[in-house]
Write a protein that binds this ligand. Structure first.
Ligand code: 9WN
Length: 453
């Protein structure tokens, strides 16, 4: 393929006759959203709420850029991985020095990454997010293959490997081959009901927040956001981790929140599958990646699958028990190509139940939490609303296991949501009304990806 200096416009949406005009319009809206959030080298999730670079956002965003500016796919990932720590961790926020320190809480001063050995020159957080990066890099490359893309994969490969190694070693607190998260922010689903149990064991009072100024509630409706008590616990957990220099030794003895998350670990396994593909494309032995993917898949099933519910749950290492909520996290191991047929079958039953309403023709979008649960909150962030990145991942999982009609149901649902509401951050799970930031990057990026199908 020719490597152009000025990248071409993307291929545009795959169109049926009637949908042509509408899909073309949406393509333009998504493109304008990404362009508007491009900060030169990386893309902010939202200009107002999230004015820096976020780790898993960048992975999803990179997928979208592949369709319109493939060069930006690689800038996005290069920019993130330039901030990788020496131990291999990819920080969940990379702070833009040109943005005022107080624009986001907790800002660079709170994290103090510059006081820690082995950190990059740029200020970052000390946490991570779900490792969907190898998956995204490989997906983007396969959508729009090019020599420049292959060169980028070669450059990124050792960094992606180091990211996985960090998680598989330093974060294997439970000793069973899975990574533990040390903070709900690491899950990406910050205030999911999945964390209510482990969070309640974190000692904190809402009054802790009197010492700080939240910025999120300036830009978003406080009734949609995590509560002050949630934030008090978030701050307490970061403070504990930071006090130990963000080191991971003896976490079991000293850290208040340690959980094995199904999505996080499924992403780690799916990224090993992607790394096998990348390795082959750049002439490296894919074998070890395939072996690790198998081992992670086995550990996800052994540790996180509940025979009684037929779905996956996080394991709280503090209690040794699975957390009871039936959230959308439970469906995400579908992204593992090697997930055994028995688990695929029962997870599909869970997804098709009234809890999540998955169907070839969806009457409502996929919620982030069981809509029959008493603690389902249709407006509050990850406690009910529908999100494009999770829907995209589950669609990918359905395609991987040959459930094309159900995958098509999710695709239509994603397109319908944005057609009616625009590129919002999340959506009301009953009405589809757009919520949160109205110009959210991963919504735009993943819309482009499904439109291009
Ligand atoms: C904390 C940026 C991020 C997403 C997360 C989402 C939200 C941050 C916040 O925004 O988290 O990392 O301030 O609420 O929960 O998934 O990566 O879009």
């Amino acid at each position: 393929m020719v490597n152009r200096t000025v990248p071409p416009a993307g291929p545009g949406p795959a169109l049926g006759t009637d949908a042509a005009g509408e899909h073309g319009r949406m393509w333009g809206v998504a493109r304008a959203t990404l362009d508007g959030n491009w900060a030169g080298g990386h893309t902010v999730p939202s200009r107002t709420l999230y004015p820096h670079q976020w780790s898993w956002d960048s992975a999803f965003i990179a997928i979208g850029w592949a369709h319109i500016r493939p060069d930006r796919t690689w800038s996005e990932l290069d920019s993130l991985f330039r901030a990788q720590w020496r131990d291999g961790r990819v920080p969940h926020i990379v702070f833009n020095p040109a943005v005022a320190g107080g624009a986001y809480f907790p800002g660079p001063g709170f994290w103090s990454s510059n006081t820690v050995e082995g950190t990059p020159p740029v200020a970052t957080s000390g946490l991570v997010q779900p490792p969907v990066h190898a998956l995204a890099a490989w997906h983007a490359y396969r959508r729009v293959p090019s020599e420049a893309g292959r060169v980028a994969l070669r450059r990124l490969y050792p960094r992606l490997v180091a990211q996985q190694r960090y998680l598989a070693t330093c974060r294997d607190v439970g000793g069973a081959g899975l990574a533990s998260i040390v903070h709900p922010w690491e899950s990406g689903l910050d205030n999911s009901p999945a964390w209510d149990g482990p969070m309640s064991a974190v000692p904190a009072e809402a009054a802790v927040m009197r010492a700080y100024r939240r910025r999120d509630t300036v830009h978003a409706d406080p009734a949609h956001r995590p509560t002050d008590l949630d934030y008090a616990r978030y701050v307490t957990m970061v403070t504990a981790y930071r006090a130990g220099g963000y080191r991971d030794d003896s976490l079991a003895d000293r850290h208040p929140f340690l959980v094995e998350c199904p999505l996080f670990n499924a992403a780690m396994g799916a990224s090993e599958v992607a790394l096998a593909g990348i390795a082959e494309a750049i002439g490296v032995d894919p074998g070890p990646h395939r072996e690790r993917a198998v081992a992670i898949t086995e550990a996800v099933v052994t540790r996180l699958y509940d025979l009684d519910t037929g779905t996956f749950h996080p394991r709280d290492l503090r209690t040794g028990r699975l957390t009871p909520a039936r959230t959308v996290l439970g469906l995400t191991p579908l992204i593992l190509p090697g997930l055994p047929a028995r688990q695929v079958e029962t997870v599909l039953a869970e997804a098709r139940s009234a809890r999540f309403g998955l169907a070839a023709r969806m009457d409502r979008p996929l919620p982030s939490h069981d809509r029959t649960a008493t603690d389902f909150e249709p407006l509050r962030y990850w406690r009910g609303p529908s999100w494009m990145n999770i829907t995209w991942l589950i669609r990918l999982g359905l395609l991987r296991h040959g459930h094309d009609r159900l995958a098509a149901g999710l695709r239509s649902s994603m397109i319908d949501l944005v057609a009616a509401a625009g590129c919002h951050e999340y959506f009301h799970p009953d009405t589809g009304v757009g919520l949160g930031s109205p110009a959210f990057s991963w919504t735009a990026a993943l819309l482009l990806d499904v439109l291009a199908d």
